[in-house]
Design a protein around this ligand. Structure first.
Ligand code: SF4
Length: 357
């Protein structure tokens, strides 16, 4: 819990510190869920153009729209003060943001104080060869790497601009630096179905965790038909059962992931099934975009602009804290995705790259 969480509360209302006491109470939403996990997108840009995420010719946001590194620090530090214990840095590709290591290093102080329990990131791996050691030095211990195939040509096809050997070198560097790695693979029908055993065994050999993610109905990304690509994780799991002895694990992370163990390899495999299972009752997270919009739920359009109070009050965090609290009051009970009809109801109009996946 955040270091400055109030211990003297309640104070009388005429007490000079009353406002401070209220402002530093932890973030609890209307459904009694404590908000302890913030995902922060630090850029909408990426050096890949994955077909399910971006179109080939993207128009990115002008620089002035983006939170500066200092603003990101103020924003994240405020959330940490309000009880956020886990920060996941995302993008786009977070490591293509100029000087992003300055931001990671600035977050180290919250790890050192004990207020922040984990600083982590989701990356495509392309820049890890360059940054793995610096990330470890900043206090990062675990990294999620998005990787959908181990076939060079398929990798180039699905990422358009990415090259697999560069990512493998990044993984090598990350493991050498001491970072624990989880591979996130998007389950895509007709694309990586046949690679399931190969990817699984490759992860086992390298002692990396593996999570499969269902495609989500987000964004208008050209010709890709999300319903055609949909490979149900129920079917992914059934595929595992064809190859391994699969045991369900009770472990929960407050998010959509469910886990099984493969008895033959001892591996833990995660399944993120935001569409087919309801995980909302234990949701502990909110998402901040690179422009300072706070999304309380991945499946809802409702958001709060936190950039305006941040920029309007450069020397006080009180208006920002008030805006965060007001936003959390609107965190919905659950999400709206629905694949049950042939049109995708609940479809989102923003790209995953903007909200950080
Ligand atoms: S999925 Fe990730 S790596 Fe691919 S284009 Fe989107 S942000 Fe970049």
């Amino acid at each position: 819990m955040g270091q400055s969480q109030c211990t003297a509360f309640p104070l009388p209302q005429d007490h000079p510190r009353f406002t401070y006491a209220v402002m530093t109470a932890p973030l609890i939403d209307p459904f009694a869920r404590a908000i302890t996990y913030l995902r922060v997108s630090v850029t909408d840009r990426c050096d890949f153009r994955c077909v399910y995420c971006m179109s080939e010719n993207m128009t990115f946001l002008p620089k002035k729209e983006l939170l500066t590194l200092e603003e990101l620090d103020r924003m994240c530090s405020t959330f940490v003060r309000l009880g956020v214990e886990k920060l996941r840095i995302t993008g786009g590709e977070p490591l293509v943001r100029r000087d992003i290591m300055t931001f990671f290093r600035s977050m180290t102080r919250h790890l050192d104080s004990g207020a922040l329990k984990e600083l982590t990131l989701t990356t495509n791996g392309s820049q890890l060869e360059r940054f793995a050691d610096q990330l470890f030095d900043a206090g990062v211990r675990r990294v999620n790497i998005s990787l959908d195939t181990l076939d060079d040509q398929k990798f180039a096809d699905i990422t358009r601009w990415g090259r697999l050997p560069q990512v493998i070198r990044g993984i090598d560097a990350a493991q050498k630096a001491g970072l624990r790695i989880k591979i996130n693979a998007v389950a895509l029908k007709g694309f990586n179905e046949a690679e399931l055993p190969r990817i699984t065994e490759w992860c086992a050999e390298r002692d990396m965790d593996l999570t499969w993610i269902e495609v989500m109905p987000m964004g208008d990304i050209g010709n890709e038909d999300r319903l055609d690509q949909y490979w149900s994780l129920k079917d992914v799991r059934a595929e595992y059962e064809n190859h391994y002895t699969v045991t369900d694990l009770a472990e929960r992370s407050g998010g959509p992931a469910r886990y099984v163990r493969l008895e033959e390899t001892g591996q833990k495999i995660g399944f993120i099934t935001p569409l087919t299972h309801n995980f909302c009752e234990s949701c502990n997270r909110v998402r901040l975009t690179c422009t300072g919009e706070l999304y309380m739920c991945l499946g809802q359009e409702d958001m709060a602009d936190l950039r305006a109070p941040l920029r309007a009050h450069p020397t006080s965090e009180v208006p920002l804290e008030e805006a965060i609290r007001a936003a959390i009051e609107h965190k919905p009970k659950g999400h709206d995705f629905d694949y049950s009809r042939q049109t995708v109801d609940g479809r989102m109009s923003r790209h995953m790259s903007h909200t950080g996946g």
